[in-house]
Ligand binder design. Structure first.
Ligand SMILES: Cc1cc2nc3c(=O)[nH]c(=O)nc-3n(C[C@H](O)[C@H](O)[C@H](O)COP(=O)(O)OP(=O)(O)OC[C@H]3O[C@@H](n4cnc5c(N)ncnc54)[C@H](O)[C@@H]3O)c2cc1C
Length: 455
């Protein structure tokens, strides 16, 4: 059985890894490196992730894969989970007891100083409000604002979700991007009661919430690519796809390839382009998915300039503050393996779906602005000694209201008369790394169980 996997990010590499003993697998990766949105660079003598930097450990797939690849002893957990919000000119703590930013403890909310007094009063009314039928999907902004008021939405929930999706809170689907909020609203009379129940269920869960690999997550994808060896072809892009006999022919920048199965593990736009002739309906649906671009600036400060930085893993910035930086990770505080690095390492991201201000600057201007904002927020006493900008264009899928329904319809179209064609990737169901690994495994299972499969 010949399988062509298009896309050498975590999804495609995982699918190929699962299939390696059952099929003749070729992975096509357009770039000259594998890993896609996982990338580790050298900065000031340390290895720093400039794409994904943490795996949710409570979904076991990432940790399991790392162990399978012999990286189990190099799994590390954050030294601190404390997160700050840069609001009204000061870093203020993310209140205790929030679930995706939605509060469950009014006293902790007041103590944090994030939400002004009028917003606190409005939020405290939540348990007294009548229940409204949920109906179909709704935006996270709509759901949270109705229950807690706009201040909680803008100052707490928006920065947390923007950190993941770089999206607009008033368009992101509650069902797809905030399942705990959605379930609490669906199953309980009051959101606060539902979220407290959620916290009771999850707070007893043992083990760290996040983990990474010492030396960077790049090691995870490098280990997969190494194990796959010559099956992975970097610098080769798939440019077209057509039905060919019982199988498929993939046009590439290095000549055509024939396959019984084709696995597409790409972001929405390149996937839509590749499928435009072979599956125009699926391509059309993928082409409708919006994406956001972000840029990550990695910065190294002299240790002496970072002495006043408070304990914590970093800070988030609500959109309404008008800053360029939307999130910053204090990598040297967050990860034990970077704690003793010669410099104090920080990564900061800019860009939201409808805020391209930072992305319009050139690298030098952007790094300068980010550096200045970080110094102001964190009390750093000197400029960064090294700075590096990495751009992620159209990288963040936007799961807008109705997303789950659109994905179900897309999958149904795909199944109609296209045996051997498999589509995955973060555009559909989950941006987190465990979700990507799960998707890679699912794609491999689909191939193996297909008409030409090994069973
Ligand atoms: C800045 C940033 C921070 C993130 N932080 C986290 C985090 O901390 N934790 C977390 O869990 N997730 C995080 N994510 C999300 C996570 O990194 C991604 O969801 C995941 O890596 C996507 O993997 P993928 O394989 O599906 O897609 P991608 O990584 O996008 O891989 C697709 C690959 O396909 C290649 N390609 C494109 N077109 C073609 C073609 N025509 N032919 C061949 N190859 C092609 C691309 O070059 C790319 O390598 C972050 C993402 C970004 C951008």
């Amino acid at each position: 059985m010949r399988v062509v996997v298009v896309g050498g990010g975590l999804t495609g590499l995982t699918a190929a890894w699962c299939l390696r003993e059952h099929a003749e697998v070729t992975v096509l990766e357009a770039a000259d490196r594998t890993g896609g949105q996982i990338r580790t660079i050298d900065l000031a003598g340390a290895r720093l992730d400039v794409g994904a930097d943490a795996m949710l450990a409570r979904q076991p797939e990432g940790v399991e894969l790392a162990r399978e690849l012999g990286l189990g002893d190099d799994l590390v957990e954050p030294r601190t989970g404390a997160v700050w919000l840069w609001v009204r000119g000061r870093l203020r703590p993310l209140p205790e007891g929030t679930v995706m930013g939605a509060p469950t403890d009014p006293v902790a909310l007041a103590r944090s100083g994030v939400v002004p007094p009028a917003g606190l009063v409005r939020a405290a009314l939540e348990p007294l409000l009548p229940r409204r039928a949920l109906g179909g999907d709704r935006s996270v902004g709509d759901l949270v604002t109705e229950r807690y008021g706009r201040a909680v939405t803008d100052l707490l929930v928006d920065p947390l979700l923007s950190g993941v999706y770089a999206g607009s809170i008033d368009r992101l689907s509650a069902a797809a991007t905030a399942p705990p909020l959605w379930a609490a609203a669906r199953d309980h009379r009051h959101l606060t009661a539902g979220l407290r129940a959620h916290r009771r269920r999850t707070s007893g869960t043992a083990g760290p919430v996040f983990q990474t690999v010492r030396g960077g997550l790049g090691r995870l994808v490098a280990a997969l690519a190494d194990a796959l060896g010559e099956r992975v072809r970097t610098g080769v892009a798939a440019t077209g796809l057509e039905r060919f006999g019982e199988g498929w022919r993939v046009a590439t920048t290095d000549g055509p390839l024939e396959a019984d199965h084709v696995v597409i593990a790409l972001p929405a736009a390149p996937a839509a382009q590749l499928l435009s002739a072979a599956a125009p309906d699926v391509a059309g649906a993928l082409g409708e998915f919006r994406t956001a671009s972000v840029a990550v600036t990695a910065l190294a400060y002299a240790r002496a300039d970072a002495e006043r930085v408070v304990e914590g893993s970093g800070f988030l910035v609500p959109r309404r503050e008008g800053r360029l930086v939307k999130a910053a990770t204090w990598s040297s505080r967050k990860w034990p393996h970077l704690a003793d690095a010669e410099s104090f390492l920080v990564r900061a991201s800019v860009g939201r779906v409808d805020d391209p201000r930072g992305l319009e600057l050139d690298d030098e201007q952007l790094a300068e602005r980010v550096d200045a904002e970080l110094r102001e927020a964190m009390g750093l006493t000197g400029p960064a000694r090294e700075r590096r900008v990495v751009r992620w264009t159209d990288a963040m899928p936007q799961y807008d209201v109705g997303h789950l329904q659109r994905v179900a319809e897309l999958r149904a179209s795909l199944r109609r008369g296209r045996p051997g064609l498999h589509v995955g990737g973060a555009a559909l169901d989950g941006v987190g790394l465990p979700a990507r690994i799960r998707d890679g495994r699912r794609l491999a299972t689909e191939v193996a169980e297909g008409p030409l499969g090994t069973r």
